[in-house]
Design a protein around this ligand. Structure first.
Ligand code: ARG
Length: 483
């Protein structure tokens, strides 16, 4: 525990000092790329009105732009905490938000609108009461519905709310007007109601600790406006997001034809399968290193606790281990992940995969520790006594006699722990890490289709778990034969 704490302090020092230098030349932009035409993923890159405006200004100011994709409700927090320099995400200026961040001059006027299915009887906001209304979590649409109508159903992004509408899980979606336009063009069967619910203005958000950037940015933004370049950018992205053809035509009448189209759209169009491939690699990477870390911590903790139990030594270390076990096993892993990312590495620019490895490694260590301690306890006391009377020291007996036998006994339980760990990494998306599950989510928010992306993700996990179980079975057999 102590070591871990020191480790995390060291890491944060290393990372913070290592990054400060190039931060001067780098401008980090936080966004939520599910909001066409303002920001969206196209060909695996973030594109749209906001990235274009910010990159144009960043270039003029001599910065290198780095875009970070995250949940919309983290975008403002990111600039506030200094994790990002600017938030550009179709952000509406509100009084609440002004308390937290500076806003640049506005660059667009916008509105909240209602999307419903074409055959819906809903005509306006007065018909919404008592129905199921979907919004994107943390947006002004969310605030509007909550204040004026009722508790909405909150989705991670607009497209997922639209997907729920298409699947009849909800009756209406309240969302910004221009994204709504694109959403309904991308999926047939939807319409936007004429009457807007609100009028708003978008601006970019900058941390209150950074008034110089605000000034420089505003100057550039005014120039863009005056030269007509701003309008040209906005126009350009509206046009390329206007209805086009889906690229391929399928026989829409038969089941097979529909299935083929669905396969094409979810996996092959724009090489979407790559989200799964890359996500899978990230999942494996996190799991692999977290398992190693978990084994390391687990062994150390188990040996300390068993030694304290049997010899009465290492009292303080034992106490620390107990605290570690209680805290880690007593809190959900998602919460631990979020604490490590947002609190421990709060203002530090640290690699998210590393954060995930640390979080899942520390978490798994607690379970591994108890499994191994159980294994050590299962070995007859006589073994230690015999080893000691042969002249081996305590630690040597532990290492050479007790642990190998203990390990063999707990192998199935350990295997189980690693399988759980692999699947648990699926919450990595909470810190906007593009793991396998998140890869499926990205596809879902582009295709509005739940079935295939989710099934594909599930099948990939299942295949890995089956392979793992098989390998563990082989290992167990080997060890039995060695007896
Ligand atoms: N304009 C709304 C707001 O500020 C929604 C913005 C959502 N943006 C996004 N990139 N998803 O709350």
């Amino acid at each position: 525990m102590k070591i871990l704490f020191l480790l995390s302090v060291c890491l944060s020092v290393i990372f913070s000092s290592g990054c400060n230098d190039d931060k001067k030349h780098r401008l980090v932009m936080a966004t939520n790329a599910t909001f066409p035409p303002y920001e969206y993923l196209a060909d695996h890159k973030i594109d749209g009105i906001d990235p274009k405006i910010v990159s144009t200004i960043a270039e003029a100011l001599g910065y290198e732009l780095e875009i970070q994709d995250m949940a919309f409700d983290s975008v403002i927090a990111a600039v506030q905490s200094g994790k990002a320099d600017i938030a550009a995400s179709g952000i509406t200026v509100t009084e609440e938000r002004k308390k937290q961040v500076f806003f640049t001059v506005p660059y667009v006027v916008a509105e909240q609108v209602i999307i419903v299915k074409k055959e819906s009887k809903i005509k306006g906001s007065s018909d919404l009461k008592g129905l199921r209304i979907g919004v994107q979590h943390g947006t002004t649409g969310d605030t509007y519905v909550t204040k004026n109508i009722q508790e909405p159903e909150r989705f991670n992004n607009g497209p997922l709310a639209v997907a729920a509408l298409l699947a009849d899980k909800i009756d209406a979606v309240v969302v910004d007007g221009e994204p709504a336009e694109v959403y309904i063009q991308q999926r047939p069967g939807l319409k936007k109601l004429e009457q807007p619910l609100t009028f708003e203005e978008y601006a970019f958000a900058i941390g209150k600790h950074n008034p110089e950037l605000l000034k420089k940015f505003n100057d550039q933004l005014m120039k863009l406006k005056a030269s007509g370049k701003l309008d040209a950018i906005i126009q350009h992205y509206k046009e390329i997001n206007a209805p086009g053809n889906s690229g391929k035509s399928f026989d829409n009448t038969s089941f097979i034809g529909k299935f083929q189209e669905s396969l094409y759209i979810n996996f092959f169009k724009d090489s979407r399968y790559l989200y799964l491939v890359r996500g899978f690699a990230v999942t494996l990477e996190i799991t692999f290193f977290a398992v190693l870390m978990g084994i390391g911590i687990g062994f150390a903790v188990a040996v300390i606790r068993s030694t304290a139990d049997t010899t009465g030594k290492l009292k303080l270390a034992d106490l620390l281990c107990r605290v570690y076990l209680t805290v880690i096993r007593g809190t959900p892993v998602v919460v631990q992940l979020l604490i490590i990312y947002f609190v421990i590495f709060g203002a530090v620019d640290v690699d998210k995969v590393l954060v995930a490895v640390i979080a899942f490694g520390i978490n798994s260590g607690a379970y591994v520790a108890e499994i191994i301690r159980g294994g050590i306890a299962s070995i007859d006391k006589g073994q230690m006594e015999a080893a000691r009377s042969l002249g081996l020291g305590y630690w040597q007996s532990m290492r050479e006699i007790i642990l190998p036998q203990a390990l063999k006994n707990v192998l199935p339980a350990l295997g189980n722990e690693f399988i759980v760990l692999l699947k648990e990494t699926s919450v990595s998306g909470y810190i906007a890490l593009a793991d396998l599950t998140k890869g499926g989510d990205i596809i879902r928010s582009q295709t509005y289709d739940a079935f295939l992306p989710l099934i594909a993700v599930a099948l990939i996990y299942l295949a890995v778990v089956m392979l793992l179980s098989y390998l563990l079975g082989l290992l167990e057999k080997r060890l039995k034969r060695n007896e």
